[in-house]
Design a protein around this ligand. Sequence first.
Ligand code: DX5
Ligand code: ZN
Length: 220
Amino acid sequence: MTQTLVAPSILSADFGHLHAEIASISSADWIHVDVMDGKFVPNITIGPLIVEAARRASAALDRPMPLDVHLMIVEPDRYLADFRKAGADILTVHAEACTHLDRSVQYIKQLGAQAGVSLNPHTPENVLDYVLDELDVVLCMTVNPGFGGQSLIERVFPKIERIRETIERRGLKTRIEVDGGVKPDNARRFREAGAHVMVAGSAVFGAKDRDAAISAIRSA
Ligand code: DX5
Ligand code: ZN
């Protein structure tokens, strides 16, 4: 199995000290950026300007990390180019927010980014049947998106397993990313279900020793 990647979500960081906060997670693999529009989800967070600031903070590290931009917004096609220009390496849209999901995925690839599709906890995995082969990442929400610090929804585990089976059966390199309620003490269950990338907001930024939290999640 490939190595587990850890993607701390800066939603739980102190935005007044973004450079220092990003430097404090330099042992991680990806930087997860949660973009919310107040429409697809009840919360409003950040736009391309902050993504650009995060990119600069990452570029200043000895080992810059890819920016994993999770778009919880309606009509994401309108903003994909802006987020790509701001520095997004991975662009993830929600299946529930895309009327023409295949078109959105192709557009992300045309922009030169890795393409991800996210599924809300209630969304069945078969919506990906005819697009999965094109994806770099499937992002499985394990909480209802909108806020950090929620408890994971157990019912999503069988879905992660089913997506893993399909990816293996088709011989794809698509990574499964899980997002919401991931902690050192449950990361092993996510890994065993098939997750390759663990997003963790409160479990990393709320930890006294962030490196220790990152490494505990990675090696769980
Ligand atoms: C939720 C976001 C998550 C969130 C995770 O809508 O997509 O990325 O920041 O936060 P934790 O790890 O605290 O559940
Ligand atoms: Zn997220």
